[in-house]
Design a protein around this ligand. Sequence first.
Ligand code: 4AZ
Length: 282
Amino acid sequence: MRRRLARALVLPLALAAAMPALSMGFSAPVAADSVVIGGFPVEASQSPWTVALSSRDRFGGTRAGQFCGGAAVGPTTVLTAAHCLDEDVLGGPPERVRDLKVIAGRTDLLSDRGGQEIAVRRTWVNPAYDGGSNAGDFAVLTLAEPLQGDSVIGMAADGDPAYTAGETATVYGWGDISGTGEYPDGLRAARVRVLPDALCEDAYPGGMDGTYDAASMLCAGEAEGGRDACQGDSGGPLVAQGRLIGLVSWGIGCGRAGNPGVYMRVSHLMRTLGWTRASEGV
Ligand code: 4AZ
């Protein structure tokens, strides 16, 4: 029962409303003030590299059309999840979504007008992305104009200690805060831990939901459940020691004991793209 933001948003409302109930039955108690699940509010200025992906045409204007997250790694380069740009999410190829934008420097999507809204000039979806296993879930967006200020985060390359199991990491996003389709207006963050690959290998050995692959994915959350990313956070950053280690990708439910969050491993993306520097285009 893999559930993803964008898919949930295009589901008929009644079905979308019924789905969380299926997973909630097994859930660990979820804090009422969750992010991302179990999180806390943050200002965009505290994580200026966290951006919202938006299409008001496709997702409605209430929360500025937000449907996924992204991480800025260069002044005109944003990373996101490949599954955010699926045809079944966008209703067609990404080039057809005329108002596809990145929103940066804005905390509250409902009422703030600040920050930047920048058109996406080019989308590059990892051709090796496999929607069955979820491997290679990344895409690169090239912006029509540069981001202001110092809003770029460095990427953690292979061998970086930030990937060590037990490290504290922070995930950022505007995603579901309860697992019941409750989307916050403001940006939130949750502190999680990098978990041993074995936990995700046991949780996701293969099948309908996806298959955990330690070389290209990263396991994070809390072994006992609680804090986690959720629908709507996809594509957004997971940061440890000040460096980008993951992009929100998939999992079963949100914040459930025994079902940690699965992230696209940033060192895998760097290797795939031949990127050796911590940031792109700087
Ligand atoms: C999603 O649907 C999604 N709990 C993102 C993260 C997780 C589950 C689902 C991890 O976008």
